[in-house]
Design a protein around this ligand. Sequence first.
Ligand SMILES: Cc1ncc(COP(=O)(O)O)c(C=O)c1O
Length: 421
Amino acid sequence: MKNNELHQRRLQATPRGIGVMCGFYAEKAENATLWDVEGNEVIDFAAGIAVLNTGHRHPKVMAAVEKQLQAFTHTAYQIVPYESYVSLAERINERVPVDGPAKTAFFSTGAEAVENAVKIARAYTKRPGVITFGGGFHGRTFMTMALTGKVAPYKIGFGPFPGSIYHAQYPNALHGVSTDDALKSLERIFKADIAPDQVAAILLEPVQGEGGFNVAPADFMNALRKLCDNHGILLIVDEVQSGFARTGKLFASEYYDVKPDLITMAKSLAGGLPLSAVAGRAEVMDAPAPGGLGGTYAGNPLAVAAAHAVLDVIDEENLCERANHLGKHLVEVLTQAKAQCPYIADVRAQGSMVAAEFNDPSTGAPSPEFTKQVQDKALAAGVLLLSCGVYGNVIRFLYPLTIPEVQFRKALDIIHQSLTR
Ligand SMILES: Cc1ncc(COP(=O)(O)O)c(C=O)c1O
């Protein structure tokens, strides 16, 4: 089967709304390497959009899933429960950075986790409003589209959206938005749109993913926590992309002095199997009545088994440390490249959540064109890169944290050449 032939079949069989980035089709994958149906090999710096912090098919993850396959694959947890779900919740409760005792509920996708976090926050506060941020991405369901702070391509043609959702500014020094500006935009929402005592939650990504790997400044997080406490608002952090060792800590929230009330997680939680979760303060998590939360596949046993193995691997292979080590090297390479590549407007990182932002040096305007050129050059040389950012002018680097050192160095050389030649 050839890539071109599959491409023609895809165009006939599947809708254009499911946009596909690559023109080649996967055949197999191992750790940081992906092979297509024609035998071509790429180093995978996309990792299924931040899902594979533990790499493709980690042997421990495979073994855990195979063992579970031999036992049972589905009972629907709400009908017949199983120990692995409870023990995974216990493990996450121990590590999740919230105040006091925690509880965790499992779902399947990131969007589902965010939807449920909003349900829980509304049930707890008995308030309707949710404030999110420009540039944020929270999913493709109706509530999460409404929460998302980026119109194209996610919201086009799909309205009307659920109400009582307002977007504040996310701080972004490069784009001229200070912490103060962002806090003022919240004040404006409280004056113009909704009283603070009607707001259930402020929801943000501690490091914006799709929005361009923008890191929330510590003073902003402190101010948000204070604002939430003053008005009885819950603070929800969406760690779907930033979680599970990517930033050098299990959760990016651990970099801050403040603690959120609820945390959403998914992606790298289960190393390639569909699993998501909402974890949070037990009192808040218990607000919805029995039967209010769940889903047929929520907390699927195969995915739960994979997540147990992922947590083991993160600890055994020191993946938080490794995230910092690899991220540091990549930042060095990008910073060196900056001297020869005037398009690089910014290099930013938290651990291995590394991004480079590209502007046209003659106009200072975002350059999605140059970004695409870099992606194309890197791919031609064997490295698969993903873009992001509100203007599509950021490249994010999402290699598995288990990538072998030699392969990582090779990829860095290719990235350097793609930026400078
Ligand atoms: C921060 C964040 N939240 C939510 C989602 C939605 O996750 P899913 O695509 O699994 O529904 C994503 C996906 O990229 C994300 O990055």
